[in-house]
Each structure stands twice: as structure tokens, then as C-alpha cells.
Design a protein around this ligand. Structure first.
Ligand code: ZN
Length: 197
């Protein structure tokens, strides 16, 4: 699935299961870090744009380096080392990481009908077994769009009730401003509804 979908889903789980901002941030990161192995796309664009020898790092390494057991262990170990509640973050990071794999397995097909993105759980050591689902949903299809939109609305609702949002993963300051605005809108809407009732 798309990075923003992974981000929202991971944050919702993290926000519901952790009790401090740092652990929430770390568990959320466990759900988006697997896609670091897709950053070769930037190099591919650069080599193409600059007229250099064309690279295909995205096709070669995305879903192969960090979308398996090794990626899960590395990411969970890295994040756990910064955690307040280490065991909780370790378990949640592994859970969220594997949810990322499941979401990719279900919904990361490219635009053409044969553009499947398998999961290589033992990558980058071997391509066997290759987990692939022939019904894999399109990344830009209706399901992914509605799923992402639903997660976005849910994350806004949680932000109002919990007092922090997905923005807090990147900036606490921006998060405070954003949640302040959201709560103001929510209160105004609630007052308007009360007046009309
Ligand atoms: Zn992925």
C-alpha cells in the first residue's frame, strides 16, 4: 500500500496502544520504515534525469531488502533501543511491521494487470518462498483510496479525542498547532449542532 496508508494505520495502532509520545512515534515508524528499501526510486529518477547509466534500484530492491524477517528484526531492534517501554515497543513494532507486509501483499499492485509486488519473507538472502496473491488490489484503485480516506478520518477523530495526531511523529510543535485547530473546529461544529437541535 501507499506510504501514507501505512503511516495512518500504524499511527492509529500506536496511538491506541502506547502511553507516551516517544513510544507512539517509534511504533508508528515501524510501519513505514520497510519502505525505505524503495528509496532507490530517487536514484533511478536522478540517473534518468541526468542522462547517466540508467539504474533500476527500485525494481531490484523494493520489497526485497526490508520487507522480510531480516527487515523486521532490524527495524524492531533499532526502534526498541530508543523506547521507554522496550518490550511493549518491540512487540508492537513487530506487529505493525507485519501488518505492513500484509497490507502490501493485499494492495500494492501496479497499474498494469501483471504488475504484482510479491513479498520475499527471507529476502535479501533468497527469493524463495515468493508470496504473491493473484487478486492483489491496485495501489491506485478504489479500495486503497477508500481505505486511506477512512483511516485519515479516523486519525482526525482520534487526534481530537487523544490530544495528539499523526503529525506528532515528525514534529511535536506542528502537532500542537494542528490539534488545537482541530479541537476548535470540533467545538464550533458541536455548538452549531446543539443550537439547531
Ligand atoms: Zn511496503
Amino acid at each position: 500500500m501507499a506510504p501514507e496508508t501505512h503511516l495512518l494505520l500504524s499511527w492509529i495502532i500506536a496511538a491506541k496502544t502506547t502511553d507516551n509520545p516517544r513510544d507512539c512515534q517509534l511504533v508508528t515508524l515501524a510501519g513505514i520504515l520497510p519502505d525505505v528499501d524503495g528509496l532507490g526510486l530517487l536514484v533511478d529518477f536522478a540517473t534518468e534525469g541526468l542522462g547517466l547509466k540508467q539504474t533500476h534500484l527500485y525494481g531490484e530492491y523494493h520489497h526485497y531488502l526490508l520487507h522480510g524477517a531480516l527487515g523486521g528484526i532490524l527495524i524492531a531492534a533499532l526502534l526498541t533501543s530508543f523506547a521507554r517501554h522496550r518490550w511493549r515497543v518491540a512487540l508492537l513494532a513487530l506487529l505493525v511491521f507485519h501488518l505492513h507486509l500484509l497490507c502490501d501483499f493485499v494492495g500494492s499492485r501496479g497499474p498494469s494487470p501483471a504488475d504484482f509486488w510479491p513479498i520475499y519473507y527471507w529476502g535479501p538472502f533468497t527469493q524463495n518462498p515468493m508470496w504473491i496473491w493473484k487478486g492483489q488490489l491496485r495501489l491506485d484503485g478504489w479500495f486503497n483510496r477508500y481505505f486511506s480516506a477512512s483511516l485519515f478520518l479516523w486519525s482526525l477523530w482520534l487526534a481530537v479525542s487523544l490530544g495528539h495526531s499523526v503529525l506528532g511523529v515528525f514534529s511535536r510543535r506542528a502537532d500542537r498547532v494542528f490539534v488545537g485547530v482541530l479541537r476548535k473546529w470540533h467545538d464550533e461544529l458541536a455548538k452549531r449542532i446543539q443550537r439547531q437541535a
